[in-house]
Design a protein around this ligand. Structure first.
Ligand code: 3UK
Length: 545
């Protein structure tokens, strides 16, 4: 047993029992980490020690910090945490902000001081924030003063929170300016000390806290980052996911720093802001979601985004039509990849020369994946089943019975239905609980969505099962049309015929409803359960009338 640096043992005490943890794999030579390491030291202090100090690290519309300047800022924040606020190793620190330099610096400062970062999505409301504080027993918070209103409300709801310091108002900045605070000696953490509790954005039930170690942060860089993304020190990253979402923390902070590269952090990263910033900062690597790639496609005219060389898509399946349209418009092969908060980052996804448009890809080096039936038996190629994965990272819920559901026999069960073809490519079908069963057929909503999306009239769509007395369920499509198209009976007929011509006719949407937008989570995922509720409500209304 390697000695933990944690004085506050809460996280360790609440790890799932060994028997319920997944099996961890460290076969690759690059995953042979020493027993003691601190992720901030690896990503930041060592970069400066290697001579990268004057290279740009964080670029925002407001400021640019090179590696040395970021290190000084991190040291100052860590000094405040420990000297002023009394944080000890193992304490949880809540972080709240849009993506900006102070958020990134605060995150790294928590790691460096041996604390545990608990980053929250900017959109969360007081009740949700106070749940997180209570669940992770958080006593410290650093927050952007512009998000003060909900934060103050959350503090009044959550007695565990003792110290709340704002930046932007001058409070944190004044403390940071104290003499001597520019130096801070890192906490000598164990590689297996928890340094991050990331909450899932829970579409059902309360959010789950997933615990990750210092070494896990490096593992995702040295697997996906090194073998699939393959960025270098001249790259400039950009993207839209919040730093509080591990897709964003990896893609916009850990991966660029591990490569000695720079990252553009945007507080607002809608399609217009993102395009303008790519152009202005000559960004080369972009991380965003499938919906955003579709939105960007409509706005490329007159833009110069020739600097881009790599685009990563995750969070939801990337339909082949979106991949092809982006490739036609930019020449770039989007790298699709499936990741999860439990696994920390992407575990299936292939590099440009080895991908299949429409497929997620092959397991990332360091990870293994298989398709199993309900009893845990491996299924043959091309048969859809449950996706099971394992690798250097994996699911460790903070005090949560749902650990038993996510981990089976040492494998992480992501809740997705996939199939694996004869060549070893993994093809997404649906979230396992989103499969539509209609007149005995299993139908994957995302497959129908991807057909509809390839029709020029369709901007966005969501396909779910609607209750039906005869068939159990019918396929129902909620569709956002592109400007200039009318959602009438003729359009419905056209789209239904279009689907029947592209895939097995039983999959066509028997019901179509036109909407102006689709419900999404803070992490940009389609909320199919809301569409199901809407579909059920209108089906019941019909029955009653
Ligand atoms: C779905 C995908 C098909 C899938 C995430 C990259 O999305 C992330 O984490 P979450 O915990 O959600 C996990 C679930 O989202 N999903 C994600 N990517 C894909 N489905 N194709 C994809 N490419 O249902 C998965 O189980 O919010 C993604 C990196 C870090 C992340 N946390």
């Amino acid at each position: 047993m390697i000695a933990s640096a944690h004085v506050d043992t809460f996280a360790r005490d609440n790890l799932p029992p060994a028997a319920l943890q997944p099996e961890f794999l460290f076969d690759l030579p690059e995953l042979q980490y020493p027993d003691r390491m601190n992720a901030c030291v690896e990503l930041l202090d060592n970069a400066v020690a290697r001579g990268l100090g004057d290279r740009p690290c964080i670029v925002t519309p407001a400021e640019t910090l090179n590696y040395a300047q970021l290190l000084e800022r991190v040291n100052r924040i860590a000094s405040v945490l420990v000297n002023d606020l009394g944080m000890v190793p193992g304490n949880r620190v809540l972080l709240r902000s849009a993506n900006n330099a102070m958020m990134a610096a605060s995150y790294l400062a928590v790691l460096k001081a041996g604390g545990i970062a608990v980053a929250t999505m900017p959109l969360l409301r007081a009740k949700e924030i106070s749940y997180v504080i209570g669940k992770a027993k958080v006593a410290f918070a650093l927050c952007d003063s512009r998000l003060g209103e909900e934060m103050d409300k959350a503090k009044s709801l959550a007695p565990e929170l003792k110290q709340l310091v704002y930046w932007g108002s001058g409070d944190l900045e004044k403390r940071m300016a104290q003499p001597g605070y520019e130096n801070f000696s890192a906490c000598n953490t164990a590689a297996s000390d928890v340094c991050l509790i990331a909450f899932t954005s829970g579409t059902t039930g309360q959010p789950k806290g997933t615990m990750h170690f210092h070494r896990d942060l490096l593992s995702v860089c040295d697997t996906y980052g090194r073998h699939v993304l393959r960025a270098n020190a001249d790259d400039r990253f950009i993207g839209s996911p919040p730093l509080a979402f591990t897709f964003g923390t990896g893609g916009l902070l850990f991966f660029p720093m591990r490569a000695g590269a720079s990252t553009v952090l945007l507080e607002k990263a809608g399609p217009d802001e993102l395009l303008a910033a790519i152009e202005q900062h000559r960004a080369t690597v972009c991380f965003t979601a499938p919906t955003a790639y579709r939105a960007l496609l409509g706005k490329l005219d007159g833009r110069d985004i020739a600097s881009l060389r790599k685009c990563v898509s995750a969070g939801e399946a990337l339909p082949k039509a979106t991949w092809e349209a982006w490739h036609a418009a930019t020449g770039i092969s989007i790298l699709d990849g499936i990741g999860s908060t439990e696994m920390l980052h992407i575990f299936i996804g292939s590099p440009e020369e080895d991908l299949r448009p429409g497929a997620t890809g092959k397991p990332v080096p360091g990870y293994q994946a298989k398709i199993i039936d309900n009893d845990g038996n491996a299924l043959p190629p091309n048969v859809p089943g449950r996706l099971a994965v394992r690798g250097p990272t994996g699911c460790r819920y903070l005090a949560d019975e749902r650990q038993r559901k996510y981990v089976e026999d040492g494998w992480n069960i992501t809740g997705d239905t996939y199939l694996c073809d004869k060549e070893g490519y993994f093809w997404y079908q649906a979230r396992s609980d989103d499969m539509i069963v209609s007149a005995g057929y299993n139908i994957a909503g995302p497959e129908v969505e991807s057909v509809l999306l390839s029709h020029p009239a369709v901007a966005e769509c969501g396909v779910v099962g609607a209750p039906c007395p005869e068939r159990g369920q019918i396929v129902k499509a909620f569709i956002v049309l592109r400007p200039g198209f009318a959602g009438d009976a003729t359009m419905t007929k056209i789209l239904q015929e279009f689907v029947k011509a592209e895939v097995a006719p039983y999959k066509y949407p028997r019901a179509v409803e036109y909407v102006s937008s689709l419900p999404k989570t803070d992490t940009g995922k389609l909320q199919r359960f809301r569409l199901r509720e809407a579909a059920a409500a209108s089906a019941n209304a019909k029955l009653a009338s």
